[in-house]
Design a binder for this molecule. Sequence first.
Ligand SMILES: [Zn+2]
Length: 799
Amino acid sequence: MKRRSVLAAGAAGATLATVAPPALAAGASPLTGPSSPGGGPGVPQVRLLPSRFLDNMNRTVAYLRFVDLDRMLHMFRVTAGLPSAAEPLGGWEAPTVQLRGHTTGHLLSGLAQAAYHLDDRDLKARSAALVDGLKACQAPNGYLSAFPETIFDQLEAGKNPWAPYYTIHKIFAGLLDQHRLLGNTTALDVARRMADWVGSRVSKLTREQMQKVLHVEFGGMNESFVNLYRVTGEAAHLELARAFDHDEIFVPLSEKRDTLAGRHANTDIPKVVGAAAMYQATGSDYHRTIATYFWDQVVRHHSYVIGGNSNAEFFGPPGQVVSQLGENTCENCNTYNMLKLTERLYAIDPSRTDYLDYHEWALINQMLGEQDPDSAHGNVTYYTGLSSTASRKGKEGLVSDPGSYSSDYGNFSCDHGSGLETHTKFAEPIYDTSRDTLSVKLFIPSETTFRGAKIQINTMFPYRETVRLRVDGTGAPFTLRVRIPSWVRDPALRVNGKPVPAHPGRFATIRRVWRRGDVVTLHLPFRTRWLPAPDNPAVHALTYGPLVLAGRYGAQGPATLPTADPRTLRREAGAAEFSVVVGGQRVRLSPFLDVHHEHYNVYFALPPARPRHGTVASYPLTGLREARRRWPDAVLAGGAVPGERGIELNGTGAHVVLPAGLPASLSKLTVSVWVRLDSIANSARVFDLGFNTQSYMFLTPRTGLNRARFAMKLGGMEAEDFVDAAVALPVGVWTHVEIRVAETLTFLINGEVSGVNESPKMGALLLGATQFNYLGRSQNVKHPFLHGAVADFTLSAPK
Ligand SMILES: [Zn+2]
């Protein structure tokens, strides 16, 4: 009993680091960080001051005050057999949609955060009413959901219902937030009974059966069970957290293997948040490796410039960014969950200030901008699309319509739900406190108290370069730590005008006796930087200090990434406004978070500083053994063999693999190749240089139109650029094909022009450092291999 109450007190405050749970083995590393950082009774309240952050929060809070709780409880009551006359909800909360109930879980969390941070009586009352409403719907066995328990029978029978544990997790997490932040013990009781119910289901299953259950998205069930354990101290709750360890993703991550390509991002991220929580509770190195390695891979190798990840909700291979553009990039839930992971990892290792850099960057450049600043209720988009065709639209759209904003009741989605939490949480990650140290982690205008002193962050950051901290001290000493972002050069920190050392990527430390009116100013000089994409050195995003800038395109975006002239970049009136000449026209650039109700573009091609000319790559492919040293990087695969004149390809798997990166940074490109077909198949490839089935350039000997075709495309384009020859390539003879990619696309057969496309939308520059370069093989595994032979494959860059 005593231990439980100690744990409960610890978990409710931010001082859990000092509380050892019973499961921590002797000698295990000390616990670090709170179970859920930044809040809870007993922790000084953080009040947001006027800023873009507060504006966003206010809009979401307006929704929290507005939303009809009876409607949010309707299907819970129906499921429990209780009367309900409320109007059913729409979107993924509709009575026929299996995900129904998840938003009510997010609402519990959003209400808890807003009520706590605003210390708001009305929001507390609404919180309590919602918890009581849910308690009334809980079945005697502890089951609480807006859909019947039979869905779990289906799940355990190996069927594929839509994410029932995902929804359970949202409710479970929301109840725990109600307890953690508002001290609502009813919420804790309901959560404990839910845990008992989960235990009753899980205990019937073998470990193998449970691993099958885990194939269906289950949110962060493991994280919530760790959180519950940290309140109750009951080993059974920790065991239930372990039951949700998903081997299929955890094992490779624990071995530092990146197997994320092709995995649904927002299914996996919350599992890893749970792994971080498990490390915090138990000191398990297995879980720590999973969490840290995953974060490093996702942030460094799977993320776009705004800090988001995923294309059409899935991870791609590491390093694919510009080759993975689309209107459905960066599902906003993913970043909501990545920030949960980031907070935990920073708590685990506070020496890693890159966690804070990421946190700030993703908040500014993705999360603030997911919300429509013109909506009274904080409507959000589902994705943040990053292709040139992407937009944030003003109309109320469907869940499936990328870029459209959510609405009050019509189109509930996971992102409408996570948005309720994101925009009520800004007060949490700003400060850290330890015994005599206050750390300022993020520059969000706010006010708090520490050791009797009042601390205010006043700034127009991220729009302005100066952050001003006012400390109204009482004459007592303490240490103030101020984070210096890693992107800054020459920061200047002053205390009452006197310089203090400050280094990018570190905390500056100021220990002194603080008196009323002490002022710390941090100057963070902003400069513009064109950041290259990892998969295409010619494509860049423009940043200014902490801001990603976007070209504003009004009603219609460009067909594909446009080419900007960086020499024409100039300041415009406004805090962070610029313009640049793109394709002959001056385009306005604004902070991306502020571009709404219109089309935009974030990535631009820049002309190469030193254009390459002449032969870029040459593969004669004859006398391969003798001449190995001349092309040591062409690999014969799948049964390809050197022949008299070139490489013989059997049509059943033989192909040549060329090195990655071949056509990078070329404004114009000529490809030439000799090919002899032994038989012809539609969609076979003479060559295919690309990244995936969205970003490529290829030559096929015949399409359904009975012509040879060269085509190229960058992910996010509506259609590929192509040029057809007048005929299909002939069978049985060696044929020379030359493709010229410049202002036009030209197809030559044996030196004669056979087809021209006068107005292609993209150029060679956009394709970049192609990762998978083949002769005789397609990016698309469904396409046939080439049957014949290839020789003299050459890439050259004409003047
Ligand atoms: Zn989502």
